[in-house]
Design a protein around this ligand. Sequence first.
Ligand code: GDP
Ligand code: MG
Length: 200
Amino acid sequence: MHPKQERTLVIIKPDGVQRTLIGEIIKRYERVGFKLVAIKMLIPSLEHIEKHYTLDPNWRRITGEKTINGYKNKGLTPPSEDPYEITAVILKNLKTYMTSGPVIAMIWQGAHVVQIIRKLTGGTEPLTSDIGSIRGDFVLDSYQMTDADGRAIRNLIHASGTIEEAEAEINHWFTKEEIINYHLVQEQILYDVNLDGIKE
Ligand code: GDP
Ligand code: MG
């Protein structure tokens, strides 16, 4: 596979839709040079969201361990030492959050799209997301607030973390028929080897 064929799954979460940020978010990805190859609006089911987060059979353990370490690194005591207990709460809150209203599911394509879209989107916790990233620019949530209120972090967007994760998530959210294969004129400039089609 040529790097320009790499694909990633992006979901504008219910808070992103409610904040009327659909256009802003699409613009951020589009202007870098990525190609939108599938898009739809839906209200996901609880089962669909549970499956989405557990497509990787290790997700419960890894996310639990990461969260426990997060508490310890801040000098705080985690609510449990059992990663599975921690993730059960996270997953329950994520299911409430992600099924609370319509979301926009999209597939974006282009060179290094997984890594670059993660960079443009910013880190998971808006409190520490870089300035200039979508989360850094448009939202203000923190784990301190979500722990106090018993809810999921509101960070506007989901974007696949790795190429393998992207492949599994794309299959979970889209059928083959919903994905459009087409050329964008700008790909001549982004990817053409000799740039020999410009001069008359
Ligand atoms: P992402 O790929 O940036 O969304 O992050 P992960 O895949 O690691 O986590 C998925 C989701 O789990 C996040 O969107 C959060 O809702 C939740 N999550 C991850 N890490 C933590 C954490 O340390 N604390 C809490 N409360 N939730 C977390
Ligand atoms: Mg992730």
